[in-house]
Design a protein. Structure first.
Length: 141
């Protein structure tokens, strides 16, 4: 059964690891990779990636991407969202901390932020406006 708008937005707001998909060009399947993301109901989705990453180059070329999140317990549920890129800006240490805090235990956030700042190179934040949604809760399948 499809989720209501409120259910799908709340589900997307939970800290799932998303599958990001973006057009990889003629003769190629879409690039599909796991990624952390941030979302609040009614707002835009944002991701963080390397400035020089293939992911960032493909998103820039396509001008849009999709995310899909899922769970299997207590029921099979998923939400997929797709939309246009609104902007791409240099990532800040505060945004890196916000993203890390969403996914990691509090005791590991500072260490991850330090490691990422030193080892992952320049990062960008890519914002996407959710335009198309697909969702379902398959019950106790």
């Amino acid at each position: 059964m499809a989720l209501t708008r409120e259910e799908r937005e709340q589900f997307l707001a939970e800290p799932h690891v998303a599958a990001l998909a973006v057009d990889a060009g003629e003769g190629r399947a879409p690039l599909t990779v796991p990624i952390w993301y941030q979302y609040a109901p009614g707002g835009d989705v944002w991701i963080m990636t390397g400035l020089d990453s293939r992911k960032n180059r493909l998103i820039s070329a396509a001008g849009r991407f999709s995310l899909m999140v899922e769970r299997t317990e207590p029921t099979v549920r998923y939400v997929s969202v797709e939309g246009p890129v609104l902007d791409t800006t240099p990532a800040t240490r505060e945004q890196l901390r916000e993203m890390a805090a969403r996914y990691l235990p509090a005791a590991k956030v500072d260490g991850y932020v330090d490691f990422s700042s030193k080892n992952h190179g320049d990062q960008v934040v890519v914002r996407m406006r959710p335009e198309r949604w697909v969702s379902s809760d398959l019950g106790s399948v």
